[in-house]
Design a protein around this ligand. Structure first.
Ligand SMILES: *[C@@H]1O[C@H](CO)[C@@H](O)[C@H](O)[C@H]1NC(C)=O
Length: 86
């Protein structure tokens, strides 16, 4: 009986140690099959996802058609890319 208890303890340690390791880094393709585009509800896409430090967000788009910058609403509307250092 002690042998089986020992196995249970080892299994429990395995689960506790290994489970967080498998959940450290997740890769998300933003917009899934739609990719990074306009007229897509990214808030709905992100709503039930729990992003963590170390996760990767992949933005898939046609080069020259889109880009990835953090801008405010007016810069977004005028498609103004922020210039570094200004
Ligand atoms: C939006 O960002 C641009 C560029 O940084 C800035 O010039 C402009 O004043 C900002 N507009 C608002 C409403 O914050």
């Amino acid at each position: 009986m002690a042998f089986f208890n020992h196995i249970m303890v080892v299994l429990t340690i395995f689960v506790v140690v290994l489970l967080p390791a498998t959940t450290i880094a997740t890769e998300y393709v933003v917009g899934d099959g739609s990719g990074w585009t306009i007229d897509y509800d990214y808030q709905a896409w992100a709503k039930n996802k729990h992003f963590k430090v170390g996760d990767t967000l992949v933005f898939k788009y046609q080069q020259g058609e889109h880009n990835v910058y953090k801008v405010n609403a007016s810069s977004f509307a005028s498609c103004t890319v922020p210039t570094p250092g200004t």
